[in-house]
Design a binder for this molecule. Sequence first.
Ligand code: RB5
Length: 142
Amino acid sequence: MKIGICSDHAGVEYKAKLISYLLGKGYDVVNFGTDSTDSCDYPDFAHPLGKAVEKGECNLGIAICGTGNGMAMTLNHHKGIRAGLAWNTAVGKLVKEHNNANVLVLPARFISYQMAVSIVRAWLSTQFAGGRHQRRIDKIPV
Ligand code: RB5
């Protein structure tokens, strides 16, 4: 399982810690940056992650910015991406079970790091339920 991960400056600290966490759990991790706390633009990091997940170079992705909205908005422009924002463990589970999010988006400025780990664990350990949720996902493209 290869997980791509990216952040802007607001999420860089959580990204570094999550990379260590994921490596410790045996996942392959591809870091798409940023690796600096200098102010930067989230699309510059979201697009490379989105392309890698679309192409199958990464199985899943995690994107982190201040609110999560910039990353989610950018990633959801990619045809093969369902980027879902989660702010607690229950939503982390449901964003996979109901929405089959292949990119998990985290709002670093609004959750603790402990909550970020709990969300990641819930999302990774949950299976997509399919059925009526697949029918709804099929209706998303415009
Ligand atoms: C950066 O200040 C902030 O705007 C960004 O991390 C994110 O919240 C945007 O959606």
